[in-house]
Design a protein around this ligand. Structure first.
Ligand SMILES: C[S@@+](CC[C@H](N)C(=O)[O-])C[C@H]1O[C@@H](n2cnc3c(N)ncnc32)[C@H](O)[C@@H]1O
Length: 270
């Protein structure tokens, strides 16, 4: 039933949004190739606490930032929202950034005080909400988000729902695949202070995004990528000689939704 419904939704795109229909097919093909390719690499990993200590050495003190009321408020409101929409569940709550990744987005924005943040992968907009709240605290910055919205009925009601109205002034949301939109966007912003990848987690897509963004990332800027254990793209980033390169593997303490889950994500500083 579920695959049939998905197929129906996919085919319904063809007359309305032919380009998006093809973009999605390309994404599925990419996922298929990834499933057929060999075992992903086993990265050396660090805990969340260790990653924060490493980050402090490069970008400054994080302890005070983790205690900021704005961070706690954002966590609480996100938790309430994800709990409330659970029954309707247009996407899948597991698509929302985990609590550690969301915190990292907030912390990095407070440390770097970016004028430009670029992210790929929005869905409910949890990572976007944490970035935008940190920008509000900084009093500066614009978040440019690229997302091919999930193939779900009624996705419009839920797309970016975690971002409060009051924070949307700093947000530019672009609809489409990163493969097509990211180069144009980087041409517009020219530089980026922080990049967050949370879109299609295939080797091809992740490597392409990292290759496109890295030359635009300023020295001292950061790159964050979710689910890096799925393929070797984050490992290849080491060839660009980042000042810091870590794969974080840990467990949530205070999840934003559901039970505390294991988390894996990558963090690099240029
Ligand atoms: C894991 S979710 C993002 C979660 C979000 N960062 C959050 O914290 O709530 C992944 C999103 O990427 C979108 N996506 C999938 N393929 C994409 C592509 N090629 N380019 C851009 N976005 C894509 C999905 O439809 C979905 O909205």
């Amino acid at each position: 039933m579920q695959p049939l419904r998905s197929l129906g939704l996919l085919l319904s795109l063809l007359p309305r949004r032919p380009q998006e229909f093809h973009d999605r097919l390309a994404g599925y093909a990419d996922l298929g190739v990834q499933r057929l390719s060999g075992e992903p690499p086993a990265y050396e990993t660090v805990t969340w606490e260790q990653a924060l200590r490493d980050l402090e050495r490069h970008l400054g003190r994080v302890a005070g930032i983790l205690e900021e009321p704005a961070l706690e408020e954002t966590e609480e409101s996100t938790r309430r929202l994800l709990g409330r929409i659970r029954a309707e569940d247009a996407f899948s709550p597991r698509w929302a950034a985990d609590s550690r990744l969301a915190r990292l987005c907030y912390v990095l924005c407070r440390l770097i005080s970016p004028s430009v943040v670029v992210e790929t992968g929005v869905a409910y907009g949890v990572s976007s909400a944490f970035i935008l709240r940190a920008m509000e605290e900084n009093g500066r910055g614009t978040l440019y988000s690229v997302d091919l919205p999930p193939l779900r009925r009624e996705y419009e009601r839920f797309w970016g729902i975690a971002v409060p109205e009051a924070l949307r002034g700093r947000w530019k949301l672009y609809r489409g695949p990163s493969a097509r939109l990211l180069p144009q966007l980087l041409e517009e912003t020219r530089t980026a202070d922080l990049f967050v990848h949370d879109s299609l987690h295939t080797f091809k897509n992740m490597r392409r995004e990292f290759d496109q963004v890295w030359p635009h990332l300023r020295a001292g800027g950061a790159l964050v990528a979710d689910d890096v254990e799925r393929n070797g793209a984050f490992g290849e980033l080491q060839r660009k000689n980042p000042a810091l390169w870590r794969v974080v593997r840990d467990r949530e303490e205070s999840p934003l939704h559901g039970k505390a889950a294991p988390v894996v994500f990558g963090l690099a500083v240029k």
